[in-house]
Design a protein around this ligand. Structure first.
Ligand code: PLP
Length: 296
């Protein structure tokens, strides 16, 4: 069985014409062969949306949450609505076709398509995961970086697409280079008016006493699928959960801080801007063990 699988969607959205009237909903193609046109707006402008979904023991995790977020991103970008049934079947088939393993991931991409064509391009790519055991055990040091937008940007300026999972991730990568230049591993974005937002590829979760918090939605940040599961885990332990708008100074006082995301799962924050933090290694390990074995 292959260690990577690629399926192209024939009709990513029911609102647009299929690429081939006679073809099935999706087709497996050689993942090692180029499949996307150089004129595709996803390639030339980063104009499109994506999701990255963890696969634990052959089961996509938080699949419906990811699909809902995919559909919401499409609305924000004025893209045709993804045909979620077609995407779900392509995801499940790709996961099924992938060589079995403990941890894998699947990425769904829908672009605006080739300029002038009017039909989105869509694909599902699945692969075995890298080994994240070290970073899960050791955590990450982070720097706070200004995102340059106010915390209410999603409401005041929706055309900036904050809160949508767009393909334009060049900024989300450049901030890692900035973090490395400053001697850190990862980043927490702060709004221009001074509130904690999210990581470039993760949601911020923190603990104060017996409550786990996260900054929540509506701040131009992603509605995290892993954060939702982390809260489910915490509630199962009898902890309370909540959302609040906080400043970096308040975050610094938290009893524990984590960056949580699909695939890498939960990593403890060991330092913020060079100030070391205590970490609860046992809690992080138990949480990751639970996240890894989620069946849905
Ligand atoms: N925020 C951003 C900007 C992300 O890119 C991601 C995931 O890649 C997340 C948050 C975490 O989302 P999830 O837990 O659904 O993977």
């Amino acid at each position: 069985m292959p260690h990577e699988v690629l399926a192209l969607l024939n009709q990513p959205s029911a609102d647009a014409a299929p690429h081939d009237e006679a073809a099935p909903a999706f087709a497996f193609v050689d993942a090692a062969t180029p499949q996307v046109s150089v004129l595709d707006l996803g390639v030339s402008r980063g104009d499109g949306i994506f999701e990255t979904i963890s696969i634990g023991h052959g089961k996509p995790q938080a699949l419906e949450h990811h699909l809902r977020r995919f559909a919401r991103s499409a609305v924000t970008l004025d893209l045709p609505a993804p045909d979620l049934d077609a995407w779900r079947s392509a995801i499940l088939a790709a996961v099924e076709a992938l060589e079995p393993g403990e941890e894998a991931w699947v990425k769904t991409v829908m672009t605006r398509g080739v300029e002038g064509d009017g039909r989105p391009t869509g694909w599902v790519y699945a692969s075995q995961s890298a080994d994240f055991s070290r970073v899960r055990a050791e955590g990450v040091s982070v720097v706070l970086l200004d995102r340059g937008y106010r915390h209410d940007v999603e409401q005041t300026s929706p055309w900036l697409l904050q809160g949508a999972k767009t393909l334009s991730y060049a900024v989300n990568r450049s901030v890692f280079r900035e973090a490395h230049r400053r001697g850190a591993d990862d980043v927490i974005f702060v709004s221009s008016d001074g509130y904690v937002l999210e990581g470039p590829t993760s949601t911020v979760v923190y603990r104060r006493g017996d409550t786990l918090f996260s900054p929540g939605t509506g701040l131009g940040i992603l509605d995290g699928t892993t954060q939702a599961n982390v809260f489910r885990y915490a509630e199962g332990l009898g902890l309370a959960t909540g959302f609040e708008l906080i400043t970096p100074a308040e975050l610094a006082k938290a009893d524990g801080v984590w960056l949580v995301s699909s695939v890498r799962l939960a990593v403890a924050v060991t330092a913020i801007d060079g100030v070391a933090r205590t970490v609860d290694a046992a809690f992080t390990a138990d949480l990751n063990a639970w996240l890894k074995t989620l069946e849905e």
